[in-house]
Every structure is written in structure tokens, then in C-alpha cells.
Design a protein around this ligand. Structure first.
Ligand code: XIL
Length: 400
């Protein structure tokens, strides 16, 4: 056989062998894939089924369990997410769609399309809606940021609260009337509201909201307001509102904390101090950051530069971190249960890790894992630790 003929023969042989190989592999691969797909579909269904314990049921007698909802979730775009929401949560806060830039995009134009859908979703599914938020320095529409005259600003301020709170009066359970008015040292944050209206703007916002929506619970909401200095400022603010004879029903501690650094002592002290003022206490935006960060809290204006070293868990959480996250959540729920008579709601800032804002803040494009459900809507070890916390709590109660 010539060299050329050997080569052709060899090629033919390899081709044939490959085909045989492919044929041999093809059937097992197809079988394997279908088993995998079937099990994925099965486990996805699982999230909404009876096999996964339901947080809202487990904590039924303690506090309501909330989540933040985005537009897709309100419009029920993803059936797995939707089933999970309906089975796990009995409270919800819109993640963005009630913020001024969305609901009041122009001076003389409001857009209630998605907010109305949210209210309907809540009514249909027995989910208490917490409006978020009437007055906040961030996510303001451009025209509002550019108002120069104090009179025009007052018109915007009162018109916004009257119109938005008024529309949902009798339909919404509660409002975060003012969000994040404080600095870390407890002084008033420099904002367009402070600049144009002075520090009375907080009381005025509550006065207007109470008039527009008399049967809706009204809250002040902030991050790090469990920390002593900010908490002291928050208490001054609450006392001022009350001294003016204006109604405030509760205080929200956002709860954007960091793995291994949950300030349990300060949280407990805050629950006691806020409830001593006669207010309901809520944890309103709970998530636990697992990625590197050089500051605490949740100031949306604070950012860090992108860097691969800041994104270590793209392929998933290592076991030790997963366990730490679970233990942190368990410790938090132990504390929440201990003070369940003072706490009315625990809201997670998102349904699953894929939705979390912490994938994009303070560093863009990270893979974060701060919640109880992973990107496939599956309960994480932290979820089961939270369930266990309740079991342990009930068991010790029975012991007495
Ligand atoms: C966040 C949303 O989750 C993001 O989608 C958005 O881009 C920025 O705002 N404190 C709050 C929330 O009160 O409204 C913020 O939500 C997170 C910090």
C-alpha cells in the first residue's frame, strides 16, 4: 500500500470509528440528558410544592415573611419564581417600581401601571404590600432633582405624597414614608429635601401621608440604624414626629449585613429601644453579603471598582462559607424569635440569589449569594437552618 493509500485508509477507519463511537455514546448521552432535565424540572416544581417547608406558614404566629418584588415577578413572567413567591411569602415590598423616578416620571405625569398590578397581585395572593418609598434622596426623577424654587419643591413634595399615598389608600398595608434620612453619626443626611425644606421634612412627610392614607401603617426606614449613633439620631427623629402629634407606626431596620459580622448585640438593643417608643419593629431588606467589601451598610451612592479578586464565588459558595451564612441566618432568627412580640415583619431583599441587587452593587457584575434561595430557586442550607431555628425555639418553649 502506498503512503497515500495508507493515509486514506486510516482516515476512513477513524471516520468509521468515530461514527461508531458517536453512535455508542449518543444513546447514553441522550438518556443521561433526559434524566437530568427531568430531575431539574422535578426539583424546580419542588420549590413550590409541599416538600419544601413554607416560611410564611412556619412563622405564621410570629411575624409575616416578606420579599422584594421586581417587575417580572409582579407580572408573573417566571412560573417557578411565581410558585415560590406564593408558597413562601405573605408580604412584599416593590424593589423599585414605587420609587419616584418610576411612579412619578414627570412633573405632571404619574405612571401607576405596575404599581396597580402589584396591589392586585397582593390582594389575589394574600400578600401584604409595603409601599416603598414616598420620600428618598435616591432614584428621584431628573426634573425633581433640578427644582430650584422652594415653593415649587414644596408643591412637588406635597403633590407626590398626596397623589401616590392617596391612590393606594385602603388598598396598601403600609408605607415606608421616609427612607434613609440619616447619616451614620445620627445627623440629618444632606439631601435635596433637607436643603429645600429643612429637617422638618420628615415630620411633614408623615403628616401628609397620614392625611392621604389614614388607615395605612406608616414607617421610617433606614440601614445601619441598629448602630448606636445612627440609632440615637433615629430615635430623635421619631420623638420629633410624635411630639408634633403626627402618626408613625413603625421603624424598619433594613438589615443589609455582612457574613460573619452580624451586629447581634446592637440589633437586640435596637429592637428594645424602638419598641419602647411604642413602635413596631421590622427587618425590611434582609440580605447577607458574602463577597469582599470595604465598607458596611447600604449607601447606594457608595461604589467599589471592579476587580476579579472581589468576585471569588462565581462557581458557587464553598462549603465553609455556605455554613457560615447558614449560621448567621440562624443566629438572626433566634434573635427575631426571642423578640417576636415586638417584631411584625421580616422581609428579604429579593426572592433568590439571582435577583439580588448585591450582584450589581457596590461592584458591578458579581455573583453574590446573600439570600435563602439559590439561582435555581432551591432552598440553601441557610433556609433549613432558619426552619430549624423555629423548631428549636418551639422545643425550648415547651420545655418550660
Ligand atoms: C435597590 C434595588 O434593589 C436596586 O434594584 C436599585 O438599583 C437600587 O435600589 N436601600 C433601599 C432599597 O431602601 O430601595 C435599595 O434597593 C437598596 C438599599
Amino acid at each position: 500500500m502506498s503512503n497515500k493509500a495508507t493515509l486514506v485508509h486510516l482516515k476512513h477507519y477513524i471516520n468509521k470509528k468515530n461514527r461508531i463511537m458517536i453512535k455508542g455514546l449518543f444513546i447514553p448521552i441522550i438518556c443521561g440528558l433526559s434524566v437530568l432535565l427531568a430531575s431539574c424540572a422535578g426539583s424546580q416544581k419542588n420549590t413550590g410544592s409541599h416538600s419544601t417547608p413554607s416560611l410564611k406558614k412556619i412563622f405564621e404566629k410570629d411575624f409575616v415573611i416578606g420579599t422584594a418584588l421586581n417587575t417580572g415577578q409582579i407580572e408573573q413572567k417566571d412560573s417557578t419564581a411565581d410558585a415560590l413567591i406564593k408558597s413562601q411569602f405573605n408580604a412584599a415590598t416593590p424593589e423599585n417600581i414605587m420609587k419616584a423616578e418610576v411612579i412619578h416620571p414627570q412633573w405632571d405625569k404619574y405612571d401607576f401601571t405596575i404599581a396597580d398590578k402589584l396591589i392586585e397581585y397582593g390582594q389575589k395572593n394574600n400578600i401584604k404590600i409595603n409601599g416603598h418609598t414616598l420620600i428618598w434622596h435616591s432614584q428621584l426623577p431628573a426634573y425633581a432633582r433640578n427644582i430650584k424654587s422652594i415653593d415649587s419643591f414644596k408643591t412637588f413634595f406635597a403633590g407626590h405624597i398626596n397623589t401616590v399615598a392617596g391612590r393606594y389608600s385602603g388598598k396598601i398595608f403600609s408605607w415606608d414614608v421616609v427612607n434613609e434620612a440619616l447619616n451614620e453619626d445620627g445627623t440629618m443626611r444632606k439631601s435635596i429635601f433637607l436643603e429645600h425644606l429643612g429637617d422638618n421634612f420628615v415630620t411633614e412627610a408623615f403628616r401628609l401621608a397620614a392625611a392621604a392614607s389614614p388607615h395605612t401603617e406608616l414607617y421610617y426606614n433606614d440601614y445601619n440604624n441598629e448602630q448606636p449613633a445612627k440609632r440615637a439620631g433615629c430615635i430623635v427623629l421619631i420623638k420629633k414626629i410624635k411630639a408634633a402629634g403626627v402618626r408613625i407606626d413603625g421603624v424598619g431596620i433594613q438589615g443589609h449585613w455582612h457574613i460573619g459580622k452580624i451586629p447581634l448585640k446592637e440589633i437586640e438593643e435596637s429592637i428594645l429601644q424602638y419598641s419602647a417608643l411604642g413602635l413596631k419593629v421590622m427587618f425590611t431588606e434582609l440580605d447577607i453579603e458574602v463577597l469582599p467589601r470595604n465598607f458596611s451598610g447600604a449607601d447606594v451612592n457608595q461604589r467599589m471598582k471592579e476587580d476579579a479578586s472581589l468576585n471569588p464565588y462565581v462557581k458557587g459558595l464553598p462549603d465553609s462559607v455556605q455554613q457560615q451564612l447558614a449560621n448567621d441566618y440562624a443566629a438572626l432568627f433566634d434573635l427575631f424569635l426571642k423578640h417576636k412580640d415586638k417584631i411584625t415583619r421580616i422581609t428579604f431583599w429579593g426572592v433568590d440569589d439571582g435577583q439580588s441587587w448585591l450582584n450589581g452593587w457596590p461592584v458591578r457584575g458579581r455573583t453574590n449569594h446573600p439570600l435563602l434561595f439559590d439561582r435555581n430557586f432551591q432552598p440553601k442550607p441557610a433556609f433549613y437552618k432558619v426552619v430549624e431555628a423555629k423548631k428549636n425555639f418551639d422545643a425550648t418553649k415547651k420545655g418550660f
